[in-house]
Design a protein around this ligand. Structure first.
Ligand code: SAH
Length: 380
C-alpha cells in the first residue's frame, strides 16, 4: 500500500497557511456604522432609537467594555443591543512592554484567528498608537517583516478602531505609567497597506475624528496615513477633504533602487508618486512626510541625499514636505542593516543644507519587536 504524501506538521507552516483563510466577514460592530445608522438599527430591533446613541456613548466616551456596567440600559434591551452592535472583535493574546511600560505592543487575535499587532507609545507631551489596517500585507517590501508573509485579509473599520479604543481604555484606567491620559495621535504604520484597504481605513479615520458619541473626537491632524504610494488612492484621499497627515514611504529617490525596495514602484514611478504626494500637500495644505528607512550601503549615499533633495524641490520649495529618516530595524534573515551614524548625519546635513526639514525617527520598542517594520504577528 502506498503511503499518503507526507506533509509538514501544521506547526512548521507559516501562520498564513496553517489558519483557514477567513471567508466570513468580521462581525458588524457599532464602530462600522455612523451614529444615524446605529440609531436606525436600534429602531429596527424595536427599541427606542436613542438606545443606539446611549450605546455609542458607552463605547466612545466612557470606553466601557463590560455590558454589566451599562446600567442606564434595561437589562433585556442591553443584551439585545450588545449582541447586535458590540460583538467581541478581538482578544489580546499578549502584551509586551518596554521603556518602563510607556511602550506597549499588543498581539490581537481576530474573530477568524488572524493575528495583528498595535503599539502604544507614551511621550511626555503626547500618546501615539500605531495601528494595523490589514492582517499581513501584500506589498512585499523586502526589508519589512510584515511584507514577508503576504496578505491574509483586510481588517474591518471596527477592527481598526477597536485597537485605538483599547489603547484609550488602558490610558483612561491609568494602566500606562504617567497617570490617566488620552490618545492624541494615531499612525497607520502597523501591519498592512492602509490605502489597499481604502474604504475601511477611511471609515476608521471618520470614526476616530467624529465628535463623541459618533466617534472618538480626535483631531484629524493627529492622524497619519502611511502608504507605499498607491497613486490613484492618494488622489482619492486628496479629494476626501479630511486633513490627515500623509506619509509616503519613499526609501529611494530613483526608480532603479525603489523598484527593488518598494516593488509597487514598478507600477507607479517615483515621479508619479511624488507628484501625487505634492498634490496632496497643495490641496490639503498639510505638509507631507517622506519616510526613508536608512539602509547601510543601499540607499544612504551622499549622492542619493542630493538626488532626494532634487526630486522633492523640483515640486517647489514652499515647505510642502519634510523628510523622516528611519534607522532600519533589521528583520530576521534580512541582508540589510542600519546605516553608519556618520553616513546618517551626512544625509541629514545635505537635506537640511537644501532647506528640507529632516528628522530622524526614534526607535521605540525595538527590543519588543515593536518598532517600524518589525510587526509580524506570530504566536509563540
Ligand atoms: N504600508 C505602509 C505602512 C507600513 S509601515 C507603508 O509602507 O507606508 C510604516 C513604515 O515603516 C513604512 O515607511 C515602512 O516602509 C517602514 N518600515 C518597514 N520595515 C521597516 C524596517 N525594517 N525598518 C525601518 N522601517 C521600516
Amino acid at each position: 500500500m502506498s503511503q499518503p504524501p507526507t506533509s509538514p506538521s501544521p506547526k512548521q507552516l507559516p501562520l498564513v497557511m496553517s489558519e483557514p483563510r477567513g471567508r466570513a466577514k468580521p462581525p458588524r460592530h457599532l464602530a462600522d456604522l455612523t451614529l444615524d445608522e446605529r440609531t436606525a438599527l436600534a429602531a429596527e430591533l424595536g427599541l427606542p432609537a436613542y438606545r443606539g446613541k446611549q450605546l455609542s456613548t458607552h463605547y466612545f466616551s466612557r470606553l466601557v467594555d463590560d455590558p454589566a456596567a451599562m446600567t442606564d440600559l434595561p437589562a433585556v434591551q442591553r443584551d439585545e443591543l450588545v449582541a447586535a452592535l458590540l460583538p467581541p472583535l478581538m482578544t489580546p493574546l499578549r502584551t509586551l512592554e518596554a521603556d518602563k511600560g510607556t511602550t506597549r505592543k499588543t498581539l490581537w487575535k481576530l474573530f477568524d484567528g488572524a493575528l495583528v499587532e498595535s503599539v502604544l507609545m507614551r511621550y511626555p507631551d503626547r500618546v501615539t498608537i500605531c495601528v494595523s489596517s490589514q492582517a499581513g500585507c501584500g506589498m512585499a517590501c523586502p526589508f519589512c517583516a510584515t511584507g514577508q508573509g503576504g496578505l491574509q485579509r483586510n481588517m474591518s473599520t471596527a477592527e481598526i478602531v477597536e485597537q485605538v479604543v483599547a489603547g484609550a481604555r488602558s490610558l483612561a484606567r491609568d494602566e500606562v505609567p504617567g497617570g490617566p491620559g488620552r490618545v492624541s495621535n494615531v499612525v497607520f504604520m502597523g501591519m498592512g497597506e492602509p490605502l489597499a484597504n481604502y474604504k475601511a481605513v477611511i471609515g476608521a479615520v471618520r470614526r476616530l475624528t467624529e465628535p463623541a458619541p459618533g466617534g472618538l473626537g480626535m483631531s484629524a491632524r493627529g492622524v497619519t496615513v502611511s502608504t507605499v504610494g498607491l497613486v490613484p488612492r492618494i488622489n482619492q484621499l486628496t479629494d476626501e477633504g479630511i486633513p490627515v497627515t500623509l506619509a509616503l514611504s519613499l526609501h529611494a529617490p530613483d526608480d532603479e533602487l525603489r523598484n527593488e525596495l518598494v516593488p509597487i514602484n514598478t507600477r507607479y514611478s517615483v515621479a508619479e508618486t511624488v507628484d501625487a504626494a505634492w498634490n496632496y500637500a497643495r490641496v490639503t495644505k498639510r505638509r507631507v512626510s517622506i519616510e526613508y528607512a536608512m539602509m547601510r550601503g543601499i540607499n544612504d549615499q551622499a549622492w542619493r541625499a542630493d538626488l532626494l533633495a532634487d526630486v522633492l524641490l523640483a515640486r517647489g520649495d514652499w515647505g510642502w514636505v519634510h523628510v523622516n529618516l528611519i534607522p532600519l530595524n533589521p528583520t530576521p534573515g534580512s541582508k540589510w542593516t542600519a546605516s553608519d551614524p556618520a553616513d546618517e548625519r551626512e544625509f541629514v546635513r545635505r537635506l537640511e543644507a537644501r532647506g528640507i526639514p529632516t528628522t530622524v525617527r526614534d526607535t521605540r520598542g525595538r527590543e519588543i519587536d515593536g518598532a517600524c517594520g518589525q510587526l509580524a504577528a506570530t504566536e509563540v
